[in-house]
Design a protein around this ligand. Structure first.
Ligand SMILES: Cc1ncc(COP(=O)(O)O)c(C=O)c1O
Length: 369
C-alpha cells in the first residue's frame, strides 16, 4: 500500500497554476479598462465559442440555469406547456422548465449510458408537449439521433442541456449543435469552468438569437429602450476574459480526461462497473461514474484514504422534496432509481496524475476485496 495521498475530486488550483500568468494579464486588462459589463471580451468569447461548437450564434448569460430558462423563453415555452426531461439530472434542468411556467415531465434513462431514453420520451409525448430538454449527463452526449427523431415526429422543440459537456462530439459534429438551441454552464468545476458563475446558449436560429440578446439584457434594444420584459443575466467581462484564456485548451483537456478514463477503465477491478460509451457519442468525462453494490461502504473507504469521491446524484429529480408537487413516487423510474443507489463518481480532472490514478485504483480494489 502506498502512503496516504489526498486526491481531490477536482483540482481547480492546479489548472489555475498552469494558466495564472495569462489569466492575470487578461483580468488585469478588464480591471484597467473598467469594461466590467458586456465589455469586448464578452463578444470575442461568444464568437470563439460559437466557432468551436459550429453554430451561428452564442449568447452568454449569468448561469447555466439561466441559459436553459432563457432558451425556453426565447421560444415562448410557458404556462400550459409540458417539457420532457430526464429524471436523472441535476435539479437545474427541472427548475429552468418550472421557472418559465411549464410543467416538467420526467422520463427514465438508458441503463447503460445514463442518458435519456428516446423510447421513454416518445411514450411521454402528449397533446401539451412542447419541448424536450435532453441532458448530456456526465459529459456523454445523449442518443441525439433518437431524440431528434422523436422531436421531428411530434414537431417538438429541442433545447440541449449541455452544461456538463463542453465540446463533446456526436458523430462528426458537436453535441449542442443538434437542437434548436443548447445551454452550457461555466460553473467552476465544469469541463470548461469560469472563476465564478457563467453560462452560454448556442443556436443556429437567427430569430431566437435576437430574442435572447434582448431577454438577457433587460429587454433593451438600445440602452433605456425596452421592447420586451427581459431579465438581467449577463456573463461578466472578467469571466469572459478568463474563459478566453481557457478555451484554446479545452480540446486537449477533454482528450486528457478520456485518457484518464481509459486508465481507470483498464485497471479498476471487475467487481465495479465502469462507464459505457455510446457508439456515436464522444464522452468527455466531466464526471467518471462507476457502479458498485456496496456503494456507501466504498465511499467511506475512499474518504478514509483521503480520496474525494462523490455521488451524482444521490436523489433523482422526481424524488426530491422540491418536486413533490409534480406527483411522482418511488418506483416511477426504476432504471434511474437502481443507478442512484449504486453510482459513485471518482476524481476526474485533466491535471490528475498517474500516481493519483494508481492510488485511487488501488483503494477501490482494496474496498471490493
Ligand atoms: C445538467 C446541468 N444542467 C444545468 C446546470 C446549471 O448550471 P449552473 O450551475 O451554471 O446554473 C448544471 C450545473 O450546475 C448541470 O449539471
Amino acid at each position: 500500500m502506498i502512503a496516504t495521498m489526498h486526491v481531490p475530486f477536482v483540482d481547480l488550483k492546479a489548472q489555475h497554476r498552469a494558466l495564472a500568468p495569462e489569466i492575470e494579464t487578461a483580468v488585469r486588462g478588464v480591471f484597467e479598462r473598467g469594461d466590467f459589463i458586456l465589455g469586448p471580451a464578452v463578444e470575442q468569447f461568444e464568437a470563439e465559442y460559437a466557432a468551436l461548437i459550429g453554430t451561428r450564434h452564442a449568447i452568454s448569460v449569468g448561469t447555466g440555469l439561466a441559459a436553459i430558462e432563457l432558451a425556453l423563453r426565447a421560444y415562448g415555452v410557458g404556462r400550459g406547456d409540458e417539457v420532457i426531461t430526464a429524471a436523472n439530472t441535476f435539479i437545474a434542468t427541472v427548475l429552468a422548465i418550472a421557472a418559465v411556467g411549464a410543467t416538467p415531465v420526467l422520463v427514465d434513462m438508458d441503463r447503460d449510458t445514463y442518458t435519456i431514453d428516446p423510447a421513454a420520451i416518445a411514450a411521454a409525448v402528449g397533446p401539451r408537449t412542447r419541448a424536450i430538454v435532453p441532458v448530456h449527463l456526465y459529459g456523454q452526449p445523449v442518443d441525439l439521433d433518437g431524440v431528434m427523431a422523436v422531436a421531428a415526429r411530434h414537431n417538438l422543440l429541442v433545447i440541449e442541456d449541455a452544461a456538463q459537456a463542453h465540446a463533446a462530439r456526436y458523430g462528426d459534429r458537436r453535441a449542442g449543435s443538434f437542437g434548436h438551441a443548447a445551454a452550457y454552464s461555466f460553473y467552476p468545476s465544469k469541463n470548461l469552468g469560469a472563476y465564478g458563475d457563467g453560462g452560454i446558449i448556442v443556436t443556429n436560429d437567427d430569430a431566437a438569437a435576437q430574442r435572447l440578446r434582448l431577454l438577457h439584457n433587460y429587454g433593451q434594444r438600445v440602452k433605456y429602450y425596452h421592447s420586451v420584459f427581459g431579465t438581467n443575466s449577463r456573463l461578466d467581462t472578467v469571466q469572459a476574459a478568463v474563459l478566453r484564456v481557457k478555451l484554446p485548451h479545452l480540446e486537449s483537456w477533454n482528450a486528457t480526461r478520456r485518457r484518464h478514463a481509459a486508465a481507470y477503465g483498464a485497471r479498476l477491478p471487475e467487481a465495479v462497473h465502469t462507464p459505457v460509451e455510446a457508439p456515436k457519442g464522444e464522452h468527455i468525462y466531466h464526471l467518471y461514474v462507476i457502479e458498485t453494490a456496496d456503494r456507501d461502504r466504498m465511499l467511506q473507504h475512499l474518504r478514509a484514504r483521503q480520496i474525494d469521491a462523490g455521488i451524482h446524484y444521490p436523489v433523482p429529480a422526481h424524488l426530491q422534496e422540491a418536486c413533490a408537487p409534480l406527483g411522482y413516487k418511488a418506483g416511477d423510474f426504476p432504471r434511474t432509481e437502481a443507478a442512484a443507489a449504486r453510482i459513485l463518481s471518482l476524481p476526474m480532472y485533466p491535471e490528475l496524475t498517474d500516481a493519483q490514478i494508481d492510488y485511487v485504483v488501488e483503494a477501490v480494489a482494496n474496498a471490493v476485496q
